[in-house]
Design a protein around this ligand. Structure first.
Ligand SMILES: [Zn+2]
Ligand SMILES: [Zn+2]
Length: 306
């Protein structure tokens, strides 16, 4: 048990030192400055070539989404995720040790060329995330968390990282085992993360880009705006679930891009009652909600003369 406490303490101090050096020592291998540079770059493109010309450069929720961006990318890890995940991985490895196993690697790719390993990791992780994203829409319980991301009324690049911290836990937990089963020879997937951030920023940007014929492979702002549409096609729980790649939506027939006017109303039914502050959105999914039947019952009580 002491060992686990020590791991938690080391996770905090280790991550704190990492974050401090990220900010104080700029380098090419630095998430903080890449995030700042990509954000400024995509924001400038939005200002120079806006798709929805009437949308302000400092659109509604710009600062809230900017805060989410740094919270989800840096602070949440500092507050707890790093410690929780280190403990979980340690317990998982101890569990494997009970069976005399050191890891769960089923396929070894360590002899593959560097770039092909990176590409495969990118494609596999993206496919897992596409499935997790569908799950966030299908499961009523998980949808309560995912509503935060869909509560954007005006779309811009910073909405990319506007999501509830539980999403990080859900995505990372569900992709841990499948990815741990592949024995990559490289540890450093920094470049994949940076490319994913760039594509994700562009997907949410106020830019009319579709990448021509590459739209069948790469997710893009026109396609992803429809993912955020208030009105869904009848009988569908969602469309365009792609994260970086649109390929999965075309392969599994969840792609839907009827027009490219960019004027579609965004959000979800009942968004008018959704909290607008960071703190409100943080606790919203954990609050007990009345079922429609209960709510009806209560309103009957209030209005009924009996
Ligand atoms: Zn979604
Ligand atoms: Zn989105």
């Amino acid at each position: 048990m002491d060992h686990l406490w020590q791991l938690i303490a080391e996770s905090y101090t280790g991550y704190f030192n990492y974050l401090r050096s990220e900010i104080l020592v700029p380098s090419w291998h630095n998430y903080f400055y890449w995030l700042v540079a990509l954000s400024v770059g995509v924001w400038l493109l939005e200002i120079i070539f806006p798709w929805r010309k009437e949308q302000a450069a400092l659109r509604k929720d710009f600062w809230l989404d900017g805060f989410y961006m740094f919270f989800n990318f840096f602070l949440f890890s500092l507050i707890g995720y790093n410690a929780i995940s280190n403990v979980a991985v340690d317990l998982f490895n101890q569990f494997l040790g009970q069976f005399g196993l050191e890891n769960i690697v089923a396929i070894k790719l360590d002899t593959w060329p560097y770039w092909s390993q990176l590409l495969l990791m990118f494609v596999i992780a993206d496919f897992i995330q596409w499935n997790v994203h569908r799950l966030l829409h299908m499961s009523p319980r998980l949808w309560e968390f995912h509503k935060v991301h869909h509560s954007v009324g005006e779309m811009g690049f910073a909405a990319h990282l506007r999501f509830h911290w539980m999403e990080t836990v859900i995505y990372k937990t569900l992709q841990y085992i499948p990815l741990a089963m592949i024995g990559f020879g490289i540890q450093d997937f920094f470049i994949i993360h940076i490319i994913s951030v760039a594509i994700g920023h562009l997907n949410h940007a106020n830019l009319k880009i579709t990448y021509g014929p590459l739209k069948y492979v790469l997710n893009n702002p026109v396609m992803h705006l429809w993912h955020h549409a208030y009105h869904l096609p009848a009988g569908r729980y969602g469309v365009n679930f792609g994260i970086s790649l649109s390929l999965w939506d075309y392969l599994f027939r969840t792609a839907y891009v009827p027009t490219d006017t960019g004027t579609e109303k965004l959000g979800f039914e009942g968004m008018e009652q959704f909290p607008t502050s960071f703190q409100g959105q943080l606790v919203f999914p954990f609050r007990k909600k009345k079922s429609p039947a209960q709510a009806q019952h209560l309103s009957n009580k209030v209005t009924s003369p009996l």
